[in-house]
Design a protein around this ligand. Structure first.
Ligand SMILES: N[C@@H](CCC(=O)N[C@@H](CS)C(=O)NCC(=O)O)C(=O)O
Length: 208
């Protein structure tokens, strides 16, 4: 397998699941400081010119959430997801999709309007917008509280068992911490993220 990545971005979700599943892969770092990440990612198969992209012998796949869900389904023996059609699969889908659709947008809105290098924006003349940064922060806080409430009394999103949903939301926690969003205001969420950070596969994906 070939993973096209640019640490530490959403490509780390793909790397983390590859590490959890102990799959052999070759990493290809696409670093925008060293070359044209967008062109290289498009060549690898991501039509928006973004990472991650995963190439296997049988298919090429992009979208970090899809990569995590697909690889986990290919390895049911690793038990990182409840069986398809089981009642436990419902919260697994719910939190996995919540990561991509509810966590990523406010985090990226905040990042794009506070610290993303302007030369990497795709809009000519792009500038930071303090109003959008504040909206990203506020939307993040709403969602951090929801996660915190859901995790009250549980080690993981599905209760006692670590799953792919934790990889997906765990990356949201990484990204929030990395860019200064206030995860520390939510001790339950902070403790959950600390638990995830103990995992050897997490440390291999995020470089410890
Ligand atoms: N929804 C996509 C988002 C992919 C994405 O936008 N990746 C960013 C890094 S987090 C990227 O490669 N951006 C490069 C660019 O837009 O120039 C996913 O989750 O895989």
């Amino acid at each position: 397998m070939h993973l096209y990545e640019n640490p530490p971005t959403r490509s780390q979700r793909a790397k983390w699941v590859l590490e959890e599943l102990e799959i052999d892969y070759t990493s290809h770092i696409l670093d925008p400081m060293q070359g044209d990440l967008n062109a290289a990612a498009r060549r690898a198969g991501q039509p928006l010119g973004a990472v991650p992209v995963l190439k296997t012998d049988q298919y090429t796949i992009f979208e970090s959430v899809a990569i995590v869900l697909q690889l986990i389904d290919e390895h049911p023996e690793k038990k990182l997801a409840p069986p398809v059609g089981s009642p436990e699969r419902a919260p697994y889908y719910q939190w996995s999709i919540f990561a991509g659709t509810e966590m990523d947008p406010p985090i990226m809105m905040f990042f794009d309007n506070t610290m993303r290098p302007l030369e990497f924006m795709h809009t000519p003349g792009a500038a930071y917008d303090a109003g959008l940064a504040a909206r990203g922060r506020s939307d993040f806080i709403t969602r951090a509280e929801i996660l915190s409430n859901a995790l009250e009394g549980s080690d993981y999103l599905l209760g006692t068992d670590f799953s792919g949903a934790d990889i997906l939301i765990g990356h949201s926690c990484f990204m929030a911490t990395h860019i200064g969003l206030p995860i520390g205001d939510y001790p339950v969420l902070e403790a959950y993220y600390a638990r995830l950070q103990q995992r050897p596969a997490y440390l291999r994906a995020y470089g410890g």
